[in-house]
Design a protein around this ligand. Structure first.
Ligand SMILES: CC(C)(COP(=O)(O)OP(=O)(O)OC[C@H]1O[C@@H](n2cnc3c(N)ncnc32)[C@H](O)[C@@H]1OP(=O)(O)O)[C@@H](O)C(=O)NCCC(=O)NCCS
Length: 156
């Protein structure tokens, strides 16, 4: 019997391990237009989290921190589990567990990725720049928005 995806199932967020690489690459391949390679995830293992729902890896986040700045490099939820709050759970976990010294968090997002942009805006990210023709698309290239969250500012 299959279980309907739900944000109310037991969700666990934990560091990514080598054993998670294959499911993570699978999620990346079905959710991203320009998927990261297995090697890229391997190199980021120490800076990555996975989200397990009902004991299955259904999402991940990759970040880094230098001095007082953090960057969210990649985040995805498997399409079968999107739209039920898990992306927000993952992002909130990342933001709530940053080292105290982190003052700002940066990320880049495709201009057309309304779902992700809305999620980031709801979490207090604002646009601070644009990168022209940053991402590949099937037809050419697409701009990226550079977004920042000031950790000293309360979210609405
Ligand atoms: C972006 C992503 C991580 C969001 O995860 P998710 O689990 O689908 O998002 P959630 O269900 O937690 O929803 C969080 C917010 O996203 C937005 N959102 C979710 N589904 C949406 C939809 N169908 N249409 C518009 N906005 C939507 C809403 O703002 C929502 O907040 P709300 O619940 O107050 O409406 C996920 O869609 C994904 O993996 N996308 C592919 C990879 C990607 O684009 N990553 C971001 C790279 S920068």
């Amino acid at each position: 019997m299959s279980t309907k995806p739900s944000a109310n199932l037991p969700n666990t967020i934990r560091p990514m391990t080598a054993a998670d690489l294959l499911p993570v690459v699978e999620i990346e391949c079905v959710s991203s237009q320009s998927p990261w390679s297995l090697k890229q995830f391997e190199l980021s293992l120490n800076d990555s989290l996975v989200l397990e729902s009902d004991n299955k890896v259904v999402g991940f986040a990759v970040m880094s921190a230098v001095l007082d700045q953090a960057e969210l490099h990649n985040i995805a939820i498997h399409p079968e589990h999107q739209g039920i709050g898990l992306g927000a759970v993952m992002l909130d976990y990342f933001l709530n567990n940053l080292p105290n010294e982190i003052k700002s968090v940066y990320l880049e997002v495709r201009l057309s990725n309304f779902r992700a942009i809305r999620l980031y805006q709801e979490r207090g990210f604002v646009q601070v720049g644009e990168r022209r023709e940053y991402y590949k698309t099937e037809l050419g290239r697409e701009d990226a928005l550079l977004m920042c969250r000031d950790m000293a500012t309360e979210t609405p």
